[in-house]
Design a protein around this ligand. Sequence first.
Ligand SMILES: [Zn+2]
Length: 351
Amino acid sequence: MLKLSKYIIVLGVVVSIISCKSSQGISSDKNKNTAVNLREYLNTITATELKEHLTIIASDDMQGRETGSQGQKKAGNYLVEQYKKFGIPAPTKLGSYYQTVPAAFLNAKKNEGLPDSENIMAFIEGTEKPNEIVVLSAHYDHVGVKNGEVYNGADDDGSGTVALIEIAQALQKAKKEGRGPKRSVLILHVTGEEHGLHGSRYYSENPVYELSNTVADVNIDMIGRRDNFHQNSNNYIYLIGSDYLSSELYQVCEDMNKKYINTTIDYKYNDKKDPNKFYYRSDHYNFAKHNIPSVFLFNGTHEDYHKPTDDVDKIEFDALEKRTKFALAIVWEIANRPEKLKVDKLTTDKN
Ligand SMILES: [Zn+2]
């Protein structure tokens, strides 16, 4: 999650024209990918595995994953190793798990002396509509080391990073068992988020798969903790942006939650007038500004946000598991429903 002081750089002008609301239920169980099947794959996502991955991704060894640093590259290697282990290929059109984001791009808006860095991608090709792409994104960079202290970023955004690993593994298992998603799913670990959403902006300007065929972005940034508004329970998630472009995306999130997850969806930060402006402060924004329906899953901020104390031992893995399952359920439905999500609300963004 980008600090509020930095989001100004990425903020554009947004005009939303709200049109009529329509909704379409979740895809029929007559389809090959039935509810029973999804439950089976949701169950492969476990707190134990999330913890194993996060203990590595948010270890001191990764040196706070500053954009372009050796520590970040080490974290990136770990991600690629996982995809190779699961048998999930790089995007065929890219021919590599890595998309270089050049230093010149990273420093163009504000010269912070950042070296080249990489977005990392894995690709699960759709079985019926492979050219329609569902993006699942999370940033794997964080803010590095300051005054000798490692900022491990376990929640920001180690939590989203490991969620992507687990969701990819579940989708690949489904695919191996003949129940793979109908549309393709692009697993996208972006870099440079903390410096101004650079990696996702680079992807949106240099997309591996055309944006016109990109049907949605499901973005995860900080889902392993609770905030002060939810001191009595971690069974909640903030959803932001789900209804900004597509009434159907809003309905998919609502329906999948009711059917499979049963968490409390909190729309407090979905208000564009909220002074925190979270909608503009994570990577989905670089898809949403191109009118791609996008939803951002977020647990809110806490006392360790952007502090060296954002550590693995503070993560609530039961909450991380549940929210990761929710993200899988949303991706599953978007990738498998008969028609792609309709954009029925127009937004004009200038950035
Ligand atoms: Zn952050």
